[in-house]
Design a protein. Structure first.
Length: 132
């Protein structure tokens, strides 16, 4: 059962400008430590951050809250499963919201796909509730 869908498209040049203007102030505010380490190692650093930012926006839409109702950027973090597939790790208000929208007797699985083709980055998030 699908309980949430979200998508987002972002201009990588906007993230490039934000990184130049605000640097660590931006990355510390919006990204988890795991995301910062991964993105800072990339040659296409801005594209990496842009994909993760788009994933957060898409996840917030899938949760039905957007970035409000206590859900903040760092409550959602792109992490990779052992095989490399991306997914989202939720904490704080985002995790509470996921718990609230997940029907009894089911557990939530978050599927994401992220991509970029300069100057755009895109993310899709599907939240599925599977039987326990």
């Amino acid at each position: 059962m699908i309980i949430g869908i979200g998508s987002d498209l972002i201009d990588i040049r906007r993230v490039e400008d934000t990184l130049k203007r605000f640097g660590e102030r931006f990355t510390q505010r919006c990204f988890t430590e795991v995301e910062r380490k991964k993105s800072d190692r990339r040659a296409a650093r801005a594209a990496s951050y842009a994909k993760r930012f788009a994933a957060k926006e898409a996840c917030a839409k899938a949760l039905g809250t957007g970035i409000r109702q206590g859900v903040v950027w760092r409550d959602m973090g792109v992490v990779n499963l052992p095989g490399g597939q991306p997914t989202m790790a939720l904490t704080g208000a985002a995790a509470l919201r996921l718990q609230k929208i997940t029907p009894a007797g089911r557990h939530a699985v978050i599927h994401i796909t992220i991509t970029d083709d300069y100057p755009l980055a895109q993310a899709f998030v599907v939240i599925e509730a599977l039987p326990d």
